[in-house]
Design a protein around this ligand. Sequence first.
Ligand SMILES: [Zn+2]
Length: 171
Amino acid sequence: MNVFTIQKVSAGWNHLVSSYKWPSKNISYDFKMGGGLDVNDPALIKSAASKWNNVSGINLNYSGFSGNNIWEENIDSLGRTTVSPVSGTKQISKVNMIIDSRSDWQIGGSSIPSTKYDYYTVVLHEFGHWFMLNDDSSHNSVVMNGTLDKGKARQNLQAEDIEAAVYIYGK
Ligand SMILES: [Zn+2]
């Protein structure tokens, strides 16, 4: 369902965004019951959501029941976000975010052991896909860079990430 069309955000940045959009800046999310999340995961997920909220007009909020679910499952990448539009339109209707359940995660903190992947970095990145920001292979330090090594973290949104979000949803 991820059909991206690509355009430049503005002169100077090549950060990739798509023309798909939520009908409202208020986007609810939920944790799937029995979805394998650890006791400490929800706080990190909420913190990552608020980082996007703080720099843009987007308001990701935990609701209890929205249909936009987050859970853990065995997948072949660190995280996966699936965005579904209203049929035949570019209006987003539903998103699911899955975090891999088998990866060796560092849950919390900014010091990441060389044997672990940073959970927070992955969640912050996947939330970017909720707005249909695309993976950005041309900037190594941005949250929307599409690869992550063990022992590394990108826990703060960079200018390119922020500009892309603001481009779509305002401040
Ligand atoms: Zn990605």
